[in-house]
Ligand binder design. Structure first.
Ligand code: ZN
Length: 259
């Protein structure tokens, strides 16, 4: 693979963090991954979305362990996904909405850089009536083990389901205010009738789909070369990218060899 002269890299602040030598490290260095097709190739995209995201983040942040990344608060993970997305030139959030008034489809876009990430520590204070409680930010370990919002609230408040039940709305409100990248809502007028429309953009799903697309294209290239040259998958993947592209060009201009 040809080395890129200047690797895109960024450093982001974390609300959670990683235990390192008795301290908590609250910064993570991230690099773009879209050109690292060999590494993306090794990701198992049949796993749950959070697992896929952790595996992709571990490519973007090779100094961090998979288990560290998987136990980070969702807010941090979403901030990391955005950072890598932007490093790779992912562009704005785009989503379509159908107007139920006139049937028009409208595409909205939003600059992901404009979405603030609230700072602070990884424990929030939630209020309900006169009471307040400490609330931890959820991690994938929490959401994957939860059956519903009550389970999430109980894990975040570190109490029983019974105790958490009346707090669910307060916890959900606090968490969504602290995780603006988790649910990105695009709002704007219908171009035909002016009605206000809204639609959601799921950053993590969009990122996973983009990376899965890169693997699919590489698979198509492997398929073409295997058909033409009868090389194994391993052999094809070991060919430097630039040379692979030249072979693919030959396959384009020549009659395909029948297997
Ligand atoms: Zn309309």
């Amino acid at each position: 693979m040809s080395p890129s002269p200047r690797r895109s890299e960024t450093l982001i602040d974390l609300r959670g963090g990683f235990p390192r030598a008795g301290l908590v490290q609250r910064q993570a260095a991230l690099q773009g991954i879209a050109r690292n097709t060999q590494a993306i190739w090794s990701v198992d995209f049949t796993q749950s979305l959070e697992h896929v995201v952790t595996s992709l983040l571990s490519i973007a942040s090779p100094e961090l362990e998979w288990t560290d990344l998987h136990s980070l608060p969702l807010t941090d993970r979403h901030a990391m996904v955005r950072a890598v997305w932007l490093l790779d030139g992912g562009g704005p959030a785009r989503a379509e909405a159908e107007c139920h008034e006139c049937g028009e489809w409208v595409e909205f876009e939003l600059d992901l850089r404009s979405i603030p990430v609230p700072g602070g520590c990884d424990v929030l204070t939630v209020h309900r009536n006169e009471e307040e409680r400490a609330c931890c930010l959820p991690t994938p370990l929490v959401t994957e083990a939860a059956n519903d919002g009550v389970d999430v609230a109980a894990a975040c408040l570190q109490c029983s389901r019974e105790e958490a039940e009346p707090w669910v709305d307060a916890v959900e409100e606090a968490l969504s205010q602290n995780d603006l990248l988790g649910e990105i809502l695009l709002v704007g007028p219908c171009v035909s009738c002016g009605r206000t429309l809204q639609t959601e953009f799921d950053l993590k799903s969009a990122w996973a789909a983009w990376m899965r697309g890169i693997v699919r294209r590489l698979m198509a290239d492997v398929h073409t070369l295997a058909r033409n040259y009868h090389w194994s998958e391993d052999e094809i993947l070991r060919i430097p990218e630039a040379r692979r592209a030249v072979y693919l060009n030959f396959c384009d201009v020549e009659e395909p060899v029948e297997a």
